[in-house]
Design a protein around this ligand. Structure first.
Ligand SMILES: [Cu+2]
Length: 442
C-alpha cells in the first residue's frame, strides 16, 4: 500500500515508536532500579547484622561474613528478577502508555481510511460511481446518529431519571421541583425536535446526481421565528426562576421570628454548628476576638452568646421553620442540602440566610427509601481545596420531643476555660469583672 512506502509516514512511525518505547522502558527501568536499591538496602542491613553478630562471637569467624554478604546479595538480586516479571497495574495509568494508545488509534483510523480508498479505486476501475457513493454513505451515518441519539435520550431518561430526581422534603422544595420539571420538559422537547430536524435534513437533502442545490440565503420570517420563540421561552423561564427564588428567600419579619435560628460557619475543611440556647438569640461574633480557645471569635460581651450551644450534627424538628445563618471563616463555601433543595453561599465577612421547613423526618425518609442507613446530608458545594470532599455534616430531622431532648444534651460554647479567658480580657480592659459568670451562664 502507498502509505507504507511514504517516507514521511515511515519516519513518523519509527520516531513515535522509538520515543514511546524508549520512555516506557525508562519508566520500567526506574521501577526496577528502585526495587534493586530497596533490595540492596535490605542486604546492607543484613550485612550490618551479620557483622555485629560476628563481632560478638569471635574474630576467627570473620571468614564466614563475606560469604553471608555474597549469598544475601544473590538472594536479593534473584528476588528483584522474580518481581520484575509481574507488571505493576500502575503502568496502564502511565502517560506513555496513553501516548502509545493514541498512536495506535491514529494508525487504525489511517488504515481504515486507506481501505476505503482502495475500495473506491476498485469501484472506479470497474466503472462504478465514486462521487455519490461516499456521500450516500455519510448520509446513512447521519440517519444512524438520528436513531442512536433518540435512543440515547430515551435510555438515559429511563435509566438515570429515577436517580437524578427524588421529590423534595421541604415546603419550598416543591416549587423548585416544579420549575425543574418544566425546564426539563421544555429542553427535552426542543432537543428531540432539533435532533430530528438536523439529522433527517442532512439525510433527505444529501447530494444526488439529479438534484442541484437551491441557493436560499435569507428569510426574515424564519429569522423572526427562531429569535422570538427562544427569547420568549427563556425570558419566561428566567422570570419564573426569579420570582420563585424571591418567594423562597424573602421571608417576612414575623416568619423569621417564628423560626429556630441556627448558625453554621464553614472553614477549610469543616463546619461549626451553633444553636442559640434558651434566649433564641445567637451571640455576635468578631473575627478579632478569635483565639485558640474561641475559634469562632464569639463576642462574650454579648450576653446572648452565653447560652449558645455547640452541636456536632444538624438536628431540626419536622414541620417547624428553621432559619440558618450561614458564614465563613476563610474563603467561599456553600451550604447545600440536596434533599431539601437548599443552597446558599457561605461568604467570609457577611451573614447569609436560608429559611425552610422540613416535611419529613429521617425515619420517615428511611421508610420511604427502604434504606435504613439513609441520612440527609449537608455538603459544601464550592470546591474550596484539598479537603472539600469531606466537608459535610449529617442532618437529622426528628419530632419536636426528640429535638428538645437532643438539644438539652448539647454542651455550651461558653466553657469554663473560655469564661476564665473572658474574665482575664475583662480585667485587662479595665472592665468590671463578672465574678459569677458560671452561675449566670448556667
Ligand atoms: Cu468546599
Amino acid at each position: 500500500m502507498g502509505f507504507i512506502n511514504n517516507s514521511k509516514f515511515r519516519a513518523v512511525v519509527v520516531l513515535a515508536f522509538i520515543v514511546g518505547i524508549g520512555l516506557t522502558n525508562r519508566v520500567f527501568s526506574q521501577e526496577a532500579a528502585d526495587a534493586v536499591a530497596q533490595a540492596v538496602d535490605t542486604a546492607a542491613v543484613a550485612v550490618a547484622d551479620t557483622a555485629a553478630a560476628t563481632d560478638t562471637v569471635a574474630a576467627t569467624d570473620t571468614a564466614t561474613a563475606p560469604a553471608t554478604v555474597a549469598s544475601t546479595k544473590t538472594t536479593a538480586v534473584a528476588a528483584v528478577e522474580e518481581s520484575g516479571s509481574d507488571i505493576d497495574p500502575q503502568v496502564y495509568m502511565n502517560f506513555f502508555y496513553g501516548l502509545l494508545l493514541v498512536f495506535f488509534v491514529c494508525v487504525l483510523v489511517g488504515v481504515i481510511g486507506r481501505i476505503i480508498q482502495v475500495y473506491e479505486l476498485t469501484r472506479r476501475m470497474n466503472g462504478k460511481d465514486t462521487t455519490y457513493y461516499m456521500r450516500n454513505f455519510n448520509a446513512k451515518l447521519f440517519l444512524l446518529a438520528l436513531v442512536l441519539g433518540l435512543y440515547g435520550v430515551y435510555w438515559s431518561y429511563v435509566h438515570h431519571g429515577a436517580q437524578s430526581f427524588r421529590a423534595a422534603v421541604t415546603e419550598h422544595g416543591a416549587q423548585i421541583d416544579t420549575m425543574f420539571i418544566i425546564t426539563t420538559v421544555i429542553c427535552t422537547v426542543v432537543l428531540v425536535i432539533m435532533h430530528i430536524a438536523m439529522f433527517s435534513f442532512a439525510y433527505i437533502y444529501r447530494a444526488r446526481p439529479t438534484r442541484k442545490a437551491y441557493f436560499y440565503p435569507h428569510n426574515n420570517t424564519l429569522e423572526k421565528i427562531w429569535t422570538i420563540i427562544p427569547a420568549v421561552t427563556l425570558t419566561v423561564l428566567v422570570l419564573f426562576g426569579f420570582f420563585t427564588w424571591r418567594s423562597i428567600t424573602n421571608v417576612s419579619e414575623e416568619a423569621q421570628k417564628e423560626a429556630i435560628l441556627i448558625e453554621v460557619t464553614g472553614e477549610q475543611f469543616t463546619w461549626t454548628v451553633r444553636y442559640p440556647g434558651r434566649d433564641g438569640k445567637i451571640g455576635e461574633r468578631d473575627y478579632r476576638l478569635t483565639t485558640p480557645l474561641n475559634g469562632l471569635g464569639i463576642d462574650f460581651n454579648d450576653k446572648s452568646s452565653w447560652d449558645d450551644q455547640l452541636a456536632s450534627e444538624i438536628v431540626i424538628p419536622v414541620n417547624k421553620p428553621v432559619r440558618f445563618q450561614i458564614g465563613s471563616k476563610d474563603i467561599l463555601h456553600s451550604f447545600y442540602i440536596p434533599d431539601f433543595r437548599v443552597q446558599m453561599n457561605a461568604v467570609p465577612g457577611m451573614k447569609t440566610y436560608f429559611q425552610f421547613t422540613a416535611t419529613m423526618t429521617t425515619e420517615e425518609m428511611r421508610d420511604k427509601m427502604d434504606d435504613y442507613n439513609y441520612d440527609f446530608v449537608m455538603l459544601c458545594n464550592k470546591i474550596c481545596g484539598g479537603g472539600h470532599y469531606n466537608m459535610q455534616k449529617k442532618v437529622r430531622v426528628v419530632t419536636e420531643e426528640e429535638y428538645q431532648a437532643w438539644l438539652n444534651e448539647q454542651p455550651y460554647f461558653f466553657t469554663e476555660d473560655l469564661r476564665k479567658e473572658f474574665q482575664l480580657s475583662q480585667a485587662a480592659n479595665g472592665d468590671e469583672v463578672d465574678a459569677n459568670l458560671l452561675a449566670q451562664a448556667n
